[in-house]
Design a binder for this molecule. Structure first.
Ligand code: NAD
Ligand code: UD1
Length: 339
């Protein structure tokens, strides 16, 4: 009997790819999403990739009564919790909205799980909890000093789940700190489609390549990095998705709490990404070097050793693969799931 895994935020970018990885690993994903930043048409695409669409429930993780019904009616073996808001700038403008969704939402979910006796929880944290690190690669033991409400919301949930596990040792919790997730499923059927003007690098580069934007503004060319542009640890979203399956299997094998980085351990600059995208797409990416973006960290990448040692997981897909898969998705779906 395949185990049912509740995937909150499963219609979103990382959640939808994780549904593919879960199905491939023999689990039954059950998606709960309020569609605040996603499109239900992703479900048809998931059916085309996996053979069957995951069951979908439109709802909000802050709705305790709905969660209680869900846990009572379904044989849910564990939860992967993606649902949340993720735009740093919005979190500065609307901190309470962010704490309500990301922190309160996680608390309602954890309380419903506690009441229902479901003890496996994998949580989407972020490398943003490290803030501006002293050095890279960043180990999980590095100081935690998030620089904005979004990052603080992630750290608050990490800390609360740590307290929960200390209070009740039967909990099995994975806190996954993602670096920069990019790319798309290799079929090009699912991917990331930001609403409005993209804040993040890869979606912006994609939109320049496909002709939706004139040129990329490189945010700063005078950082103390090899080519002067910002350096990040880009990780393929399917590698990340498989990291969730590895974390789930680890949680099934033993109680406790693990906190791991999910990254490649490699840094790539903005211009490295531009060049890799040009190779993947055969198109020229027009860009100009503009001023630094306020709040940006010059360079960071993760230490992936602990993920390898505890979960047996490591990223295998290259920057070229990330760009090729992003490009396939972008070309086939210039307006996202609208076609
Ligand atoms: P996304 O916006 O594509 O997915 C989040 C999904 O959650 C969306 O489908 C949205 O509709 C849903 N949602 C939001 N609030 C909800 C609520 N209260 N109830 C039910 N559904 C709700 O974002 P993503 O990139 O897939 O990110 C997934 C998770 O990973 C988030 O928690 C995010 O903070 C975290 N994360 C993302 C990144 C990144 O760069 N994408 C990096 C680090 C961490
Ligand atoms: C941002 C968020 C981070 C979040 C992550 C999700 C901030 C300060 N940080 O990280 O919390 O977890 O997204 O992936 O917002 N760049 C350009 N031009 C652009 C866009 C980006 O040059 O149009 C550069 C940036 O300066 C940076 C790199 O590209 O050096 C990556 O930027 P981005 O994709 O926005 O990710 P982060 O800033 O790492």
């Amino acid at each position: 009997m395949p185990k049912t895994i509740l995937v909150t935020g499963g219609a979103g970018f990382i959640g939808s790819h994780t549904c593919v990885a879960l199905a491939a690993a023999g689990y039954l994903p059950l998606v709960l999403d309020n569609l605040g930043n996603s499109d239900r048409r992703v479900l048809d695409r998931l059916a085309r990739i996996s053979g069957v669409a995951p069951e979908f429930i439109e709802g909000d993780v802050r709705d305790r009564a709905m969660l209680d019904r869900l846990f009572a009616e379904r044989p849910i073996a564990g939860v992967i919790h993606f649902a949340g808001l993720k735009a740093v700038g919005d979190s500065v403008a609307d901190p309470i909205g962010y704490y309500d969704n990301n922190v309160h939402g996680s608390f309602v979910l954890a309380a419903a799980m506690q009441a229902a006796g479901v003890r496996i929880l994998i949580f989407s944290s972020s490398a943003t909890v490290y803030g501006d690190p002293d050095s890279s690669p960043i180990p999980e033991s590095a100081p935690l000093r998030p620089a904005n409400p979004y990052g603080r919301s992630k750290l608050m949930v990490e800390q609360a789940l740590g307290d929960l596990q200390r209070a009740d040792a039967s909990w099995r919790i994975g806190l996954l700190r993602y670096f920069n997730p990019v790319g798309a499923h290799e079929t090009g059927l699912i991917g990331e489609h930001p609403q409005g003007r993209p804040n993040n690098l890869m979606p912006f580069v994609c939109q320049v390549a496909v002709g939706l934007r004139d040129q990329l503004a490189v945010h700063g060319g005078d950082y103390p990095t090899p080519d002067g542009t910002g350096v990040r640890d880009y990780v393929h979203v399917m590698d990340l998705a498989e990291g969730h399956v590895a974390a789930l299997r680890h949680a099934e094998s033993q109680p406790g709490l693990v906190t791991v980085n999910l990254g490649t351990g490699l840094g790539a600059s903005v211009l490295d990404v531009v060049k890799a995208f040009e190779r993947a797409s055969g198109r020229k990416i027009a860009y100009h070097i503009g001023p630094r973006r306020p709040g940006d960290v010059p360079a960071y990448w993760g230490d992936p050793t602990l993920a390898q040692d505890t979960l047996g997981w490591r990223a295998t897909r290259s920057l070229d693969a990330m760009c090729a898969d992003s490009w396939r998705w972008q070309q086939g779906n210039p307006r996202g799931y609208e076609g």
